[in-house]
Structures are given as C-alpha cells and as structure tokens.
Design a protein around this ligand. Structure first.
Ligand code: RAM
Length: 373
C-alpha cells in the first residue's frame, strides 16, 4: 500500500516538473541570452492575451502599445545582442513593446521566414540587419503593403525594400581606414587577407569595396590582397578560416577582419599560434572581446562604433515611423531620445539616418571601453 502511494506521489512529482519546464520554455525572455531561432518578446504574456483587443485598436497613435520588431543577422553574436539592448531601450522609452528575432544561421531564408511570421502577427514595425541586400525584397515589400513600417540597420537592404536605413558610420571611411591601419602595422609591404562575415553581407561587402578602392592608391603598390575569406560570423568557422589563411599563405603579414566575430576569432588563433608581431591584426571589434588582444599587441588597434547606440537610434526611428513623425523622406528631422536631433538624408537611391564616426580603440583607451560594450 505504502509502496503504491510512494509510486503515485513520485509520478505526480515528475508530471508537475515536466509541466513546469514546458511552461518556462515558451516564456523564456532572458535579456542577454541570444534567442535561438525563437522570438524573444519582452512581455510575452501581455502580447498574447492582448492580441485580439490590440487588433481592433488603432496602431501607433497612442491608442495601443506599438509592437516593434528587430531581426538580427544571427544568434550568438554579442554585437547583435548589444544592438538589441539599445533597440529595446528606445522602444521602452517610447512606450512600445519589443520583439527580437535571431536566426540560427545568418541566411536570407531564415530572415524571410521571420518576416512572414511578423506580418502574420501584424506588428507595427520591422527593423532588420540584413543577411542579403536583395533577397528580402518580396517579403519586406509585402510587410510595407500591409502597413508595417520597415527599416534596416547595420546591414542594409536595397532602397526598394525599406523606408530608411540606419547607418553606423560613413562606409567609405570605415573601409579606407582599415587599409591605412594594416599598411602602417606591416610597414607598407607584404601579403594581406580579409576575414569577413558572410559573402552576402551588405555592410561587409560595402566596406570591402572601399578597401579595394583605397588599395588602388600607388602608395599601396607593395601590398597584395591575397584572399577574402568568409567566417560567416560564426566563431568556429571564423577560427578555421583564419587557420586556412595562415596555412595557404605562409608569408601572410596582416589580416583585416571587418566583423566583430571574425576579429575575435582571428585574435585567438594568432595568440594560440604565437604569431603576435608576425601576422598583424586589425578591423572592427568589440572592446569587451578584443581587450586582451589589444593589450597583448596581437591587434595593435581597431575600430568600431557604439552598437548599443546603433540599436537605440533604430528603435527611435522605428517609433518615429510608427507615430508618423517621419516617413523616411530626405530632410525630415526627429528627436532620437538621448542622441538628440537626427536628420533623414538621401544616399544613392535611398535614405539614411547616420549614427556618427567610427572610433579607434588602442592600448591607451581599451581599458576604459572594455566594460562598456
Ligand atoms: C559583426 C556583424 C555586424 C557588423 C559588426 C562590425 O558583429 O557582422 O553586422 O556591423 O560585426
């Protein structure tokens, strides 16, 4: 009798534990954990229960809470996580609700699926750091036709696929400055390689074009760009691509990694192989991830901008689009919270809002920045 009772009790315990886990899973909203192909809604419960009521409300006019979504390039990238933090900060300030989506792989296909889901959810705005400049066009146009405000940030979609793009810093400067840096680091001659993110990434490809233009200057006649490798913003792939570069080009003098994931991976490989001072490293890195390599001299200096501010500016712009303060046309102005007044400007066949200048991080200031982002 006692044994049967004990068996029933333990069975009940197991069942209740399992129900608990399941319940938690659908509601996981940990702020700093990257979402794995999952939606991270900042107040999940409210979002679900209010759905029907919200549908009847007028969107973005103060009547209901605006739902503002961010799709990042991929999960597991600390830069994207900081950007999402800033985005959420802005949306919170404006009284909206943030939805963050992060695909497992940095592909256009995964992002298209997420856009479709957000259209079905009738969100008010979608901000995206794109894995391809053109492939998202049908999905994003469908979103805009459904009345959803669409903007890109960090990595742009083409002008037909968005209302405005949030640009981190002048792409020409970002590209040219990295060649100027490696030139100085390797003493003006030798083989260099680029370790990029994905081969389709709009932002990296634009910077690489500017790097190639900078290299056309006769001053660089003794520098040879031997390869552009793609680590896909995945840590392991970036490590193996760096190892591949070192193996294929034994005389390699320098690596430029215009991606925070790539430069951190390359920093580790060069450190582990004892190549400090033999193969120089520069590019775009997060101070928190790169401090040890800057302090050791593996990467004498690098550049970046504030990813939190970039996300924050996009969150403010999304809110301004939803509220109708801006529509994405050149000449419009709005107040981007703590960043102050910002203007929409024409660039090529689309419009942009600019965050600021790239910032140089070296041994003199890295300690100060490594705890910030
Ligand atoms: C990686 C991503 C991102 C880029 C930064 C510099 O985190 O590729 O898009 O802006 O690097």
């Amino acid at each position: 009798m006692k044994r049967t009772l004990a068996a029933i009790l333990s069975l009940l315990l197991i069942v209740s534990l399992l129900a608990g886990c399941g319940g938690n899973k659908s509601n996981e909203t940990a702020k700093n954990e990257p979402a794995t192909n999952e939606e991270t809604t900042k107040s999940d419960e409210t979002a679900k229960t209010d759905e029907t009521a919200k549908d009847q409300e007028q969107k973005g006019t103060g009547a209901g809470k605006a739902r503002i979504a961010l799709i990042v390039k991929s999960t597991g990238n600390p830069f994207m996580e900081k950007m999402a933090d800033g985005f959420e900060e802005a949306v919170n300030e404006s009284g909206g609700e943030t939805i963050v989506k992060a695909p497992d792989q940095p592909t256009a296909e995964a992002q298209i699926q997420m856009i479709e889901e957000l259209i079905a959810q009738k969100v008010d705005a979608i901000a995206i750091s794109a894995n391809d400049p053109d492939a998202l066009q049908p999905a994003l146009q469908k979103a805009m036709n459904a009345g959803i405000k669409v903007l890109s940030l960090d990595s742009a979609v083409n002008a037909q696929s968005r209302m405005v793009h949030i640009q981190q810093a002048d792409p020409e400067r970002i590209g040219r400055v990295q060649i100027q840096a490696i030139y100085e680091m390797i003493g003006g001659e030798g083989e260099i390689a680029i370790l990029s993110a994905t081969s389709q990434a709009t932002n990296q490809n634009t910077w690489i074009e500017w790097m190639k233009k900078e290299l056309e200057d006769p001053k660089y006649k003794n520098i040879k760009l031997v390869k552009v490798a793609y680590g896909d913003d995945l840590r392991d792939k970036s490590v193996s691509e760096t190892e591949g570069l070192l193996k294929s080009f034994p005389n390699l003098k320098g690596i430029i990694a215009p991606t925070t994931v790539g430069i951190a991976a390359a920093g580790k490989v060069l450190t582990d192989k004892g190549l400090k001072g033999k193969v120089m490293l520069t590019g775009l890195g997060l101070p928190s991830e790169m401090a040890e390599y800057i302090e050791s001299g593996v990467c004498p200096w690098m550049y970046l901008w504030n990813p939190i501010d970039l996300g924050y500016l996009a969150g403010c712009a999304a809110d301004a689009l939803v509220k109708g303060t801006i529509s994405g046309k050149a000449g419009e102005k709005f107040t981007a919270g703590r960043l102050g007044e910002k203007e929409v400007v024409q660039v090529g066949d689309g419009t942009e809002i600019m965050l600021g200048d790239p910032f140089k991080f070296d041994a003199s200031n890295i300690a100060e920045w490594k705890n910030v982002y």
